[in-house]
Design a protein around this ligand. Sequence first.
Ligand SMILES: [Fe+2]
Length: 125
Amino acid sequence: MKSSKNKIEEFIRVDHAGERGAVKIYEGQLLALNTFVKDENLKKVIEEMKVHEKEHCEFFETEIKKRKIKPTLFLPLWDLLGVGLGFGSTLLGKKAAMLCTASVEEVIDEHYQNQINQLGSDEKN
Ligand SMILES: [Fe+2]
């Protein structure tokens, strides 16, 4: 059985990778929107979403440093997959891009709720 500290470290490691992955997906989408796909409205929406994801990612980066947690070794692979997924889904069109984004957000919401349910009140933040 994992200690509470280990569990929280694992949560933060996974959350950090997830938020960074989200930033990379948006970067991939913006790459497509700055090259092959011309859609200024979608670009604006994605840019805004990327700002939020960057805030989330920075939160976990601070936590990782503060708590001296090792980030996952798979980060470079994660980056590559995120950019590829964002780029590829946006090449398919606006619907595919938004479907990709909405699906990721839905999974993340569930994931965080699941973690919250497992945390004690001292780690509410
Ligand atoms: Fe996020």
